[in-house]
Design a protein around this ligand. Sequence first.
Ligand SMILES: C[S@@+](CC[C@H](N)C(=O)[O-])C[C@H]1O[C@@H](n2cnc3c(N)ncnc32)[C@H](O)[C@@H]1O
Length: 274
Amino acid sequence: MKEDDVTSEREQLEELVSSVLESSKYRNVCEDLIRKIGRRELSKGQNVKTAVKATKNKLHQIGGAYFLKKPNYDSWLKKLKEAKSQGEDLFRDVCAEIMSYHQSTRERLKILDQFYTRIFAFLPPVRSIMDVACGFNPLSIHWMPVPNDVKYYAYDVYKDLIDFINNFMAICDVQGCADVREVIQDTPQERTDVAFLLDTIPCLEQIERWAGLKVLEAVNSDFLVVSFPVKSLCGREKNMRKHYETAFNRLTEEKDWSIQKLEFMTEQVFIIKK
Ligand SMILES: C[S@@+](CC[C@H](N)C(=O)[O-])C[C@H]1O[C@@H](n2cnc3c(N)ncnc32)[C@H](O)[C@@H]1O
């Protein structure tokens, strides 16, 4: 490729990234992800305007569409701090209310009382957790049968969400940290007892084919907890369990991993022992 073409491609990509970041809906999305999606869209030969539109659509499908309400992190933190001083029950109620504003945790709320108890029954004692593409899931730590000094590492692509999770962890003295990360090209490497990839593989696979497997292989944990929704975002339930089970089996068929399936009303879980 000629040097002029490379420069023009680079300029087009930077123009696309700036344009996406101008929109209030996407200004908090990590640039690595915008660049990854934008590069692919531009490589299809479309102009910058069309590629910007396609990039925003993809960002909506893999993240934006799951927010059921515009996050108000400042007011949520205030509420969490007040609740914390008034006791554990109220604190959990506020966590549950906030989780109800994100589609994945909203669905999980219906089964949360048994979700982690059943999963952790298959795991050796857990002292460290990695939550890959975490969304609001770190707020469910108080439903997990783990010691108070458990280390929790959480990653997602939204900067404001990650700030919120770090503040949440400080309020409830959770050790660990949250970080902004595009996890396909830069998979987190902390060694943890277990890693969660909840409701996330379908999103990663929309960005890049086989990205789900790539991340499962790269994560540095012996146990991986992978889940899939049983309903589409628009509420369609037909064949979803079968569809995702087949996709998951195809993704992992060449691996010598032992896999345990757990069925829940709103989610299908696979526990992988590497
Ligand atoms: C369906 S939600 C699941 C959230 C959470 N794991 C749960 O189950 O409650 C998918 C999450 O993946 C995040 N995400 C999508 N692509 C990502 C990427 N390449 N790197 C990191 N996070 C990503 C989105 O921002 C979103 O929070």
